[in-house]
Design a protein around this ligand. Structure first.
Ligand code: NAD
Length: 282
């Protein structure tokens, strides 16, 4: 009889122990899924889509680091968002290396890399200057490639890289030849990187927004009248008849960064009010 009780108690303790381990395992899984324990770097996080995404990731509990080119703007945005801001010009590989060494010293490794910094410099074919080509390719493509290259050693296995591209990668919109080419190159890079980084369970995806209401257009140097005409023409082409909001792009990026997107890699996601499927007769 005593032996029977001993055996029953033993079985019960094993059961309790198993349940406890299972609960700890589930809790750990849940915590890892939660951005609370994640470190995210957002390049070009002081403005527009980067700013909104930094805000979204922070609101979900991630530790966020934003970067940008202008010291003043990075400082102001980092104060507003209550996140760390680091100045780094992504067109300079040495600046990216310095950024990575600072992030490594402060946080060790990171979980989310949002490669967002970019510029838009429209010009028609026939008026493409070498300077404009180098600047746009240097930031939008070379800058993105070397951001990933240099961050790779401190990316955790299972990390998520999101490259901010554009639907322009697939359109023939006038005046965007080099901008579009820089984004098409980025999407191509995304696919190869996704294949090569899969053994480390690092996911690499691209987001292709249509027109989004951010300061990017004001930085093109276009006169206000031309800018308004451009915005109106663009809006007319969007089936949903409006520009996107930075917060809408931020939600998609935050999803791709999360473990809910654990089976998504090498993909491209249009978020464009339908502009990419508009045949142009609306
Ligand atoms: P934005 O001008 O508001 O933000 C651009 C950010 O990139 C800024 O923080 C800026 O400091 C940073 N940046 C620019 N050059 C840099 C450099 N050399 N080094 C470091 N940082 C630099 O514009 P946005 O619209 O938020 O643009 C973000 C990304 O979205 C860009 O890659 C852009 O091409 C892409 N995009 C924008 C739209 C749109 O309609 N706004 C559409 C499709 C894609």
């Amino acid at each position: 009889m005593f032996e029977f009780y001993l055996e029953q108690s033993f079985r019960y303790y094993i059961f309790v122990l198993e349940r406890t381990f299972q609960n700890i395992y589930n809790l750990k899984k849940e915590l890892m899924k939660n951005p609370e324990n994640k470190v995210a770097v957002v390049t070009g996080g002081n403005s527009g889509i980067g700013y909104a995404t930094a805000q979204k990731l922070k609101s979900e509990g991630a530790t966020v680091i934003i970067t940008g080119r202008s010291a003043e703007k990075v400082e102001q945005a980092s104060k507003e968002l209550a996140v760390r801001g680091i100045v780094a010009d992504v067109s300079q590989v040495s600046a990216i290396e310095h950024l990575v060494s600072q992030v490594k010293e402060l946080y060790g490794q990171i979980d989310i890399l949002f490669v967002n910094a970019g510029i838009f410099a429209p010009a028609p074919v026939g008026q493409i200057s070498e300077e404009m080509f180098d600047q746009q390719m240097g930031i939008n493509f070379k800058g993105a490639v070397f951001t990933i290259e240099k961050f790779l050693p401190i990316l955790k296995d299972g990390a998520s890289i999101i490259n901010l591209s554009s639907v322009n990668a697939y359109t023939g919109m006038a005046n965007t030849a080099i901008y579009a080419a820089s984004k098409a190159a980025l999407n191509s890079f995304t696919r190869t990187a996704a294949t090569e980084l899969a053994p480390r369970k690092i996911r690499v995806n691209a987001v292709n927004p249509g027109p989004v209401a951010t300061p990017i257009f004001g930085k093109t140097g276009m006169p206000e009248e031309q800018l308004n005409g451009f915005a109106q023409a663009m809006q007319n082409r969007v089936p949903l008849k409006r520009f996107g909001e930075p917060t809408e792009i931020a939600k998609l990026v935050a999803f791709l960064a999360s473990d809910d997107a654990a089976f998504i890699t090498g993909g491209e996601y249009n978020i464009d009010g339908g502009i990419n499927i508009n045949p142009g007769i609306m």
